[in-house]
Design a protein. Structure first.
Length: 287
């Protein structure tokens, strides 16, 4: 890593932010391409978000990523929001434009789609309904990715049903039947599913385990989890034992970083085995 008077800056804002592996991801690419740049973790309290975002141009930043709890709040702060992010209701990437205005984008849709395509290339959107667990910002991105992929039926399940109903209302699409179901019915909804996606924090280190019975899931169904700490969640371990194709959450993180990096640093990048290994190494480090 080179740091000079011309070093290009980007980072990730969150509260807390120490858990983020985005610095490892982007700094790997910077080193790989010999770019005079650095990507920093930026611990920003919710009440300071507007001030921090508005300071980006003054401080010479090309932009930033956003993580919990800033993805929705930032919508009302940036100057422009791309249509996809506006529809999702969350941004995870901010670009400082040439006139110093701020543009909000959402690259989680891209990240989920590319990860699914890479890790489960045999998955067919027509194979059966998709069951999505959760109703937060990540769930919104996953639902949009599945709608764009041509999934005809999505079953949305959340512990707070009202939140899921809001997602269904916001993301309704003519070509996709998007239905909302009580959390207690999550096992029954798997009977004819072609894809199961967990977008909740259940199964993450420090969080309760996701309790779901996979016995009714068809053998050819794909099981994905956006959690990547641990890399193989209890859900994925159970699915693997049953012979399902599994998709861990690390790939989504890696792929969603590509559009932002290319906008900030001007160089196209790829998700490679070397990158995955480098970021995997950080998962074992104390945070």
């Amino acid at each position: 890593m080179r740091i000079t008077g011309k070093t290009r800056l980007a980072g990730i804002m969150g509260w807390p932010v120490a858990h983020s592996r985005s610095p490892a991801l982007h700094n790997f690419w910077l080193d790989e391409h010999g770019i005079d740049g650095v990507y920093l973790p930026l611990a920003v309290r919710p009440e300071d978000l507007e001030q921090a975002l508005r300071a980006l141009p003054t401080l010479g930043f090309r932009g930033c990523n956003l993580t919990i709890p800033h993805k929705q709040r930032a919508l009302s702060i940036v100057d422009r929001v791309e249509p996809l992010a506006r529809r999702i209701g969350a941004i995870n990437t901010v670009i400082v434009m040439p006139d110093d205005s701020l543009e909000g984008r959402n690259t989680d849709v891209y990240g989920f789609r590319e990860n699914l395509r890479e890790c489960a290339p045999e998955w067919n959107p027509a194979a059966g309904p998709a069951v999505v667990l959760g109703a937060g910002g990540a769930a919104r991105a996953v639902v949009m990715a599945l709608i764009d992929a041509g999934v005809a039926e999505i079953r949305l399940v959340n512990r707070t049903q009202a939140r899921a109903e809001q997602v269904a209302d916001d993301l309704a699409a003519p070509a996709c039947h998007l239905s909302v179901h009580p959390w207690a019915r999550r096992d029954a909804l798997l009977q004819d599913a072609g894809l199961l996606v967990n977008t909740t924090s259940l199964g993450m280190i420090g969080e309760p385990e996701l309790e779901i019975a996979l016995s009714g899931l068809p053998p050819g169904a794909v099981v994905a989890d956006i959690v990547y700490v641990p890399l193989e969640t209890p859900l994925l371990a159970a699915a693997r034992r049953r012979g399902h194709r599994i998709v861990d959450g690390l790939g989504m993180l890696l792929h969603q970083g590509r559009p932002g990096f290319e906008a900030w640093f001007g160089s196209p990048v790829q998700v490679t085995r070397g990158l995955r290994t480098a970021v995997l190494t950080t998962l074992a480090e104390p945070r």
